[in-house]
Design a protein around this ligand. Sequence first.
Ligand SMILES: Cc1cc2nc3c(=O)[nH]c(=O)nc-3n(C[C@H](O)[C@H](O)[C@H](O)COP(=O)(O)OP(=O)(O)OC[C@H]3O[C@@H](n4cnc5c(N)ncnc54)[C@H](O)[C@@H]3O)c2cc1C
Ligand code: FES
Ligand code: FES
Length: 1264
Amino acid sequence: MRIINPVTSSIARETSLNAYLRYILALPGTKAMCREGGCGSCIVTVRARRQTSNVVETFSVNSCMVLVFSCHGWKITTIEGLGNRRDGYCDIQKRVVAFNATQCGYCTPGWVMHLNSLKDKNLTMAELERSMGSNTCRCTGFRPILDTFKSYAVDASPQFCQRVKDIEELNLCCKSKVDHESKSSSKCIDSDCRNIDNVSKVRAEDTIAIDFGKCKFFKVFDVDEIFEAWYNNGVDSYMLIDGNTAKGIYETFEYPKVLIDISDVKSLKTYYFDQNLILGANISLEDCIKIFVDTSISNSDSFGYLAEFASHFELVAHIPIRKIASLAGNLMTKHAIRQFQSDVFVLFEAVGATITVRHVNGIENTLTMIEFLEYDMKGVLIMKIELPPLSSSHKFRSYKIMPRNENALAIVNAAFMMELKHDTVTNVSIVYGNISEEFVHAKKTETFLKGTNIFNNSKLQAAIKILNEEIEPQDEPPKASPECRKKLAIGLFYKFILNISPSWCTSSCVLSGGAIIDRPISSGTQDFQIDKSLFPLNQPVPKYEGIIQSSGEAQYANDIPPMPNEVFGAFVLSTIHSGRVDKIDTAEVLELEGVVAVYTPKDIPGKNSFIFPGIQLQKEDEEILASSDIKFYGQPVAIVVAESEELAARIAKKVKVTYKDVSTAVPVLTIDQAKRDSKRYKVSDVSIKPKGKGLNVKHVIKGVYEIPAQYHYYMEPISCVVVPVEKGLEVYDSTQWIDLTQNAIARSLCINESQVLVKLRRIGGGFGGKISRNAQAATACALVAKKLDRPCRFILPLQTNLTIAGARCPCLCDYEVGVDSNGKIQYLNATIVEDYGCSLNDDILEYTVGGFSNCYNIDYFSLKTASVLTDSSSKTFMRAPGTFEGMASIEHIMEHIAYALGKDPTEVRLANMRTEDNDLPKLIEVLKKEANYGNRVSSIKHFNETNRWKKKSIKISVMSFPVIYYGNYSAMVTIYRGDGTVTVTTGGIEMGQGANTKAAQVCAYELGIPLKYISILPHYSFTAANNVFSGSSIVSECVCYSIIQACKTLKERLEPIKMKLEKPTWEELIAKAGEEQVDLTAFYMMTDKEKDLDSYSAFAVAMLEVELDVLTGRYEILRVDILEDVGLSANPNIDVGQVEGAFVQGLGYFTCEKIVYDKHTGKLLTNRSLNYHVPLALDIPVDFRVKLRYNSKNPKGVLGSKAVGEMATTTAHIITHALRECIYESRKESGCDPTEWINIDVPYDTESILKALDVKLEEMVLTH
Ligand SMILES: Cc1cc2nc3c(=O)[nH]c(=O)nc-3n(C[C@H](O)[C@H](O)[C@H](O)COP(=O)(O)OP(=O)(O)OC[C@H]3O[C@@H](n4cnc5c(N)ncnc54)[C@H](O)[C@@H]3O)c2cc1C
Ligand code: FES
Ligand code: FES
């Protein structure tokens, strides 16, 4: 090995490209959230030579996955390099704004960079839509982002083409003629990579070695050099780095001593044919797709099956991961973690692929896939993988059932290969993933099938019986239950047989069971009225900060540039759910290089609490670090301070903590468990008391409705930066409540509140989760900054964030309802219990009661409420807290009544509605007509009658959301005498809801000046002192109210000057006012006692159609129509976005977002992007139509508008009603009692749906 550049490095070997960009190059545009390849917020564009094709290509990578030392030879463009305020913005950035594709904007740079990598590839709308699984957006509901992407398609619809033309008219700074190549290369992280040709000429024989003292990094270009590195450094502690993505699979990952980057070893990246297809071991999964597609076409006789491989590979991870993730890396992950549901392994094993490996001693062996699993791979290199040809008598199909439609590991994956001669099976391979560590083949079923004609009912039934006996899935929470995985495995086998069955041997009604539901390209419409006479009010102007969000210039808390001497904090989490800390061994970690300090509760000089009891909805202290009783598994017990974010997070997991008084009891994690303990059960006096009781009781219906927790899953993690300044602290916090942060820091550090200056521009999503929960990190961060007198950053890693920072309260509703024969309620006795987790803070029961009332006449309602304490993190506000649970509960009851009576649920709802303050009957009529409800009901009926294994349903949901003004929001408006421009700063935090945009519009409207005169400043604790938290959807309205009042004051002060001048221009007026020393700054703080503001109801109706695949429990939401009354919208573009985003977030809650704890330890198991599944772009309704009610003006609100942020989430329970109906349609045919109402677990995920369907194995036949 000829090593050039044997260098040492001052940069840690583990430094990710992301950390390098953000903390060393000070380029904060590239964000980070999950740090495990799952969310896409960190995507950058790479241009590099692909070894497989030998072509220089542009592609996306997740910068959190890639080590900076692996970027050799790459030209990297970050969001800063695409367009910016200095050089102008690029086309993508402008389209993002024009399509209204941002809300909080934290995810936006990742989307822009991903699109940047795709836009010149001549992709179709369908291809672009399928390319979006890499990125998560928690705010928008994806529709506007989908539109932005599709506007770049070669077959973009005329509608998109027109929108693109309109963009030219957008008043956004155009890109100057700065040479794009040279500009982006200035962001290039390798001084050699200015010119891509130089990159590609890196001499292949030059191994690069970097010595870090205790560990090493090699970059090799040749297989022999890998062995040489092993020979020289031993094989006890090494890792071959190709994509470096496998670390995203491991819960905890540590790099070994020697890293050998093999991503440019050409011989491992190429492929060729003998009679087999021979794939170099390290060909990337994405390059494989192209090879598979090409080969399946060019060599369809022998390799036609590779078309199935290609489609299946498209379901593995997502493009940026697949682009760098290798076959060998995937198989080695399977080798290391036997439970890992590798798709590559399942497919390769089903067709009898073989693996060739080479030892350090040069010996080569060829192994079957199964032999490989058992093979000792220490110091062994996978060289190649051979895929055999299969004749046309082989039928190959593969399936992957995921918790959502893309970017998720399989619940069960399967590949079936069957060789047939005159319908008799001559050879068969049935391979499943995710059954158990050992299980690969359904061997007994395979044996049975050989020599059998499977295309008849009795043989098929016999095979299914054997399969049922031999599949025994392992219980591995948080994975789906063994029962669910077994059902899926069998359902998939039956689906395969249906799919390959000759048409003559199957009944028509079972045929559709052979296909998975096809998802067409999605579309959406947004329908609203505008009144130009009111502009800029009611004008659908682009979002105020849209362009800086799409350019990465929008600043979030952790985007403050790196500071000299700064440190990073991370929480050490408890590993017990109940007990006390005995000892924290700090000595060991303090010796580690880069570790600065470890702090425990005794280091906190003031009150060890991040809550300020007494201020709104805060009842009791909560400890920053547990000093006495630990209340849940994962509660912070100490703080590690280190010189890098990665190091702090890694070391925090290593701190040794011993405990005493550890409880041996299992943790109390459910409402049911907690209710049994009077110390945990707190009855509330918040209730609905009945005014009477009806006498016409014809039916009595009883039930229990339970809905679980939901994470906020905001894209910006909880982050805080604290900088010691002069006599105090400057705090940049990701908070919805400046006041709490300021209070809590002052109290915990025993300093004056006036010494704590909190400042923030915006947060990257909050949804209620950054009202109080962020204060824990903020106080911890301030503690470190104060102790060390150094700037400190505290960014919660996803696992910590999900473990400690709360969620929506789980809720249990017991009900008994007596109704007349029309379903009209004669009495309703219900109790709702909300699970508050480990503290009583963030009390929401008032809201629950409001939601439960919904649009109904509550004269005969009796609702009691209570809360319980459980051994889990304190639950908190989450979009429409309480209202959401209350409304979902009453709507469940309405569905139950309708089912019990065999009535149309909409009729039952109408029969129970209140007459006053209720526009819903009108809105229902409008929507039914516009959405062609009647015809669709008939065609669904026909569909269900003619399809056994697919079922459809259409449902309507209604919402009357009680909006109550609560708290105080201030605004300060300043006009500058030089040019008449204006700044506004408010106490209403911008978190994606568009508060700043509406504030600017209202200010311009009130002052009668162009919108461009208005600038919105950050939120400061001194201008928005003592404000309430930003929440409850009323923020925009409230800050607008304060702005209106402030503008009124200004106008009054200007009036005398105006009188003196003759029709002055605005500039003349202001110049004169300046001259006369008029105070051009006005301040107003709106309170909930304003006389002209009153509570009101916000209405919405939603209609949803769904199709369910009975054999897999998967479904597609075919169409959703939402008609929402937002009053006179200040900005209809923003309000449509709020409706779409809120609805999709609600859909996630009811379908794919599931929280699982270890029942024995209380450890949160779903704490990663890999196992907590929020909806992605392919999960939203295929046809998504939103209409804002026409001719609506709210007399009680601000300038005629209504609140909009939370509302549409509370209609999303409609998906459960629609799926329930599909389930009942199927159960009827399974012979279940059609009158039986069943409890179905929320979320309605595959597990819950399959359980409820209760399909009998005997039903799986070809002919009825
Ligand atoms: C977000 C995300 C989603 C994912 N989803 C899926 C999914 O749906 N289905 C699925 O199957 N997988 C999935 N994966 C796993 C992914 O396919 C693997 O991470 C990837 O294939 C690993 O390849 P790599 O090149 O990055 O390996 P690396 O991380 O670079 O290496 C992994 C291991 O392989 C070893 N290795 C690499 N090459 C060789 C070789 N030639 N010989 C011997 N050892 C070698 C290394 O020493 C190392 O131990 C996902 C991963 C992520 C991060
Ligand atoms: S931070 Fe990189 S994918 Fe989430
Ligand atoms: S705009 Fe996408 S996460 Fe907020």
